[in-house]
Design a binder for this molecule. Structure first.
Ligand SMILES: [Zn+2]
Ligand SMILES: [Zn+2]
Ligand SMILES: [Zn+2]
Length: 177
């Protein structure tokens, strides 16, 4: 037993990311490295196009539709066949490296890939920035209601829509009280 190992990103406290100012360059490289390690450990093939799609999604914490991703793949020289983008997205979502935002029919990179989690999304209706937090669907009011009904929650989609701090303060400037 040694405590010399630095905590892995998976053990790190999960906090909403995306609205806060943060070191985004290392946010992108850390996440890519976490996913690479995860794939290497589990023998999952992270092909160049899968890695590129994840990189595109990580770019600015914004939800992107499949066609936006396809456009960016094309400009990066990865071809322009829709199935290529769809298969890569399916792979990323399937392994928990990205999530689908049902409300926007769009995708975001997971901010703490590899950890088993129920994400809750905060979606800015103005700029489409998405922050991810932990939902814990078995707790709270929904969990209480489910327990009372004898229902076991396996998956809950939490997508809150509103304004991110930047857009909210901008809106406040535009319409002073
Ligand atoms: Zn970031
Ligand atoms: Zn996630
Ligand atoms: Zn916003």
């Amino acid at each position: 037993m040694t405590s010399a190992n630095p905590p892995s990103p998976i053990d790190r406290q999960i906090e909403p990311l995306g609205f806060e100012k943060h070191d985004h360059a290392s946010c992108v490289s850390d996440t890519l490295r976490t996913v690479e390690d995860h794939c290497a450990r589990d023998g999952i093939r992270l092909t160049p196009v899968r890695r590129k799609v994840l990189e595109i999604l990580l770019q600015d914490h914004r939800a992107l539709g499949a066609y936006d991703i396809l456009d960016r793949l094309r400009t990066e020289g990865f071809g322009s066949q829709p199935p290529v983008a769809y298969r890569a997205l399916e792979f990323l979502v399937g392994h928990g490296f990205a999530h689908k935002i049902e409300k926007l029919n769009a995708f975001v990179a997971c901010t703490h890939p590899g950890a088993g989690h129920s994400p809750a999304f905060m979606i800015c209706r103005n700029c489409n920035t998405v922050a991810e937090a932990e939902a814990a669907p078995s707790r709270g009011a929904l969990g209480d209601a489910a327990r009372a009904a004898g229902f076991v929650i396996e998956r809950a989609v939490v997508e809150a829509e509103g304004l991110c701090p930047a857009c909210a303060s901008h809106a406040a400037e535009q319409t002073p009280e």
